[in-house]
Design a protein around this ligand. Structure first.
Ligand code: DX5
Ligand code: ZN
Length: 266
């Protein structure tokens, strides 16, 4: 699998060293952008992405957990983003009815408050597909790979017509907002469905998994489900040997690509 460590979990007082570690073991560098509105946490914006761009040639995998992401897309592209991922559920991308409350828990800040919020509603949500597709096309027109992120409670059926416009499908295995949360297994089915749709419709998007990934337990599960790329925050930067963790994740074989199987699906 490809590995995209999340810089959010690194020690920002030693950013160049964190980037150097990524260069030794990773394929992309994941940048978690949060606006304190779409999710109950704040992180960083284009200046941080620009700083990372000056530190490395690794592709910068920018995960926008923000409202109205197109307002900021150009600034992230100019800063050096390579993949720009928007949430299907974000205001400005989804239709009315979103966002449902995000259930996040994690380190500090507004997380405690969010714990008190009711869980997100289940079932179909009113995603505005024409608007979603136009958003994804706009990302490609800006010269970056278009990423579409799904919260754990958003299913493939809700966004399937938009997959034609997707270069990277990011399936979240935690509710967005914090690193260090426990992996949720339900989206494993979303990964398997995404593999099936890609094969059936002849698409070539990469399937990226984000949230609670580690080498020992959850990494192998998502590889077996068909993940092409894994994000890991605590699973890399909070480990005694981050480079070894990245290399071990990289060594996990995506289902469909194993030697002796029937030739893969992408
Ligand atoms: C969660 C972020 C994730 C997170 C990953 O909102 O999108 O990328 O930083 O951190 P871990 O791997 O610790 O769950
Ligand atoms: Zn992320």
């Amino acid at each position: 699998m490809l590995v995209s460590p999340s810089i959010l979990s690194a020690d920002w007082a030693r950013l160049p060293e964190a980037v150097r570690l990524a260069e030794e073991g990773a394929d992309w560098l994941h940048c978690d952008v949060m606006d304190g509105h779409f999710v109950p946490n704040l992180t960083f914006g284009p200046p941080m992405v620009g700083a990372l761009r000056r530190l490395t040639q690794l592709p910068l995998d920018v995960h926008l957990m923000i409202d109205e992401p197109l307002r900021f897309a150009r600034a992230f592209v100019d800063a050096g983003a390579s993949v720009l991922t928007v949430h299907a559920e974000a205001p400005g991308v989804a239709g009315p009815g979103w966002p449902a409350p995000v259930r996040s828990r994690g380190e500090g800040g507004a997380g405690d408050e969010a714990d008190a919020a009711p869980p997100p509603t289940s079932g179909a949500h009113p995603i505005d597909l024409p608007r979603l597709r136009a958003t994804l096309k706009s990302l490609r027109a800006l010269g970056v790979k278009s990423g579409l992120a799904l919260r754990p409670d958003t299913g493939i059926d809700e966004i399937e017509p938009a997959l034609e416009d997707v270069d990277v499908l990011l399936v979240m295995t935690v509710y967005p907002g914090f690193s260090g949360q426990a992996f949720l297994p339900a989206p494993l089915e979303t990964i398997r469905r995404a593999v099936g749709v890609r094969r059936a419709r002849g698409f070539d998007y990469l399937i990226e998994i984000d949230g609670g990934i580690d080498v020992a337990h959850t990494g192998p599960q998502v590889a077996a489900a068909g993940a092409d790329v894994v994000v890991a925050g605590h699973g890399v930067y909070r480990q005694p040997d981050p480079v070894a963790a990245m290399r071990a994740l990289r060594g996990l074989v995506t289902a469909g690509y194993a030697p002796g199987e029937d030739g893969g699906d992408a």
